[in-house]
Design a protein around this ligand. Sequence first.
Ligand SMILES: NC(=O)c1ccc[n+]([C@@H]2O[C@H](COP(=O)([O-])OP(=O)(O)OC[C@H]3O[C@@H](n4cnc5c(N)ncnc54)[C@H](OP(=O)(O)O)[C@@H]3O)[C@@H](O)[C@H]2O)c1
Length: 327
Amino acid sequence: MSDRAVRISQPGGPEAMRIEAVDVGDPGPGEIRIRHVAVGLNYIDIYHRSGVYPLPMPAGLGMEGAGIVEAVGDGVAHLKVGDRAAYASQPIGAYASARVMPARCVVPLPDFLSFEQGAAMMLKGMTVQYLLRRTLPQAGLQPGDHVLFHAAAGGVGLIACQWAKALGLRLIGTAGSDAKCRLALDHGADVAINYATENVADRVKEITGGQGVKVVYDSVGASTWEGSLASLRPFGLMVSFGNASGVVAPVPLSALSAKGLYLTRPSLFVHLTSQEATREIAGDLFKIVESGAVKIEVEQRYPFDEVQRAHREMEARTTTGSGVLLV
Ligand SMILES: NC(=O)c1ccc[n+]([C@@H]2O[C@H](COP(=O)([O-])OP(=O)(O)OC[C@H]3O[C@@H](n4cnc5c(N)ncnc54)[C@H](OP(=O)(O)O)[C@@H]3O)[C@@H](O)[C@H]2O)c1
């Protein structure tokens, strides 16, 4: 049977995704061929599919997966044929039964993790690692500090709730329904705000005794932007790392001046530029999962053929936590 991959010929809705037969080929120097068992679903895949983040066409989709190393090119020392492995990385193209990719992006998958967990956690968990460990306000974060984290019941969000708790941080999570708020609380959020019905900045002020938070982690974008800035204390850090509700309009620098705020717009892939960096961030993630402080649950599983349904459900906000495609 030939291999299969999702392709789009133009940006569009879920129906733009077609499953095609592909010839995967052999790895060249520095590359491996991985046969996927599970592929991670991420909101960034929707930006790629819909054209929010433009790709040269035709294009594949997907940036996260786990499976078995099937072939290894010259010069690859850290992986061998038969290894269990996982990754979150460019180049795009994880929605496939197998693929050839640079080995430097791929790490061995520890035995205590299933393939589904590997596919569900690499991109989202390494994102939480660089956010909570490396994207910090002036003078850092101390145990007991409040942080505001939007979309706290999503894939990145549920990992962030647990990891923040393990660090002793008081995470104020937002979500779009009371049920999602309960889920964030069950995963370690200190407080949850339903941003469909409550004013976020007012609630944050109440919770923090009028002070505001030192840092906001905002992946919702357009609809949360104003409330996020209003929730920060003077010299606080605004971390804008996604745009599920739409891209944030260009920001006048004067928006930051009243409180002397700091602003950053980071991406995981700026952190994963070398094999060493990937190993370090992934290692930190594996350590906290092995400790039991962060549990990786797979909330949605879809057969590969149902990739269109998976995207419809993510966009309709009916999903929680992480989802995977089963190859
Ligand atoms: N920059 C980076 O390095 C990086 C890395 C990974 C992920 N991200 C970003 O982090 C975010 C979370 O990623 P994820 O894959 O874990 O997705 P997710 O959180 O599982 O899904 C996105 C969530 O955003 C919320 N949302 C708010 N307004 C929305 C709207 N108008 N339409 C759709 N959703 C809306 C929804 O939760 P509610 O229903 O609770 O509102 C939805 O479930 C995404 O924005 C993603 O692009 C950025």
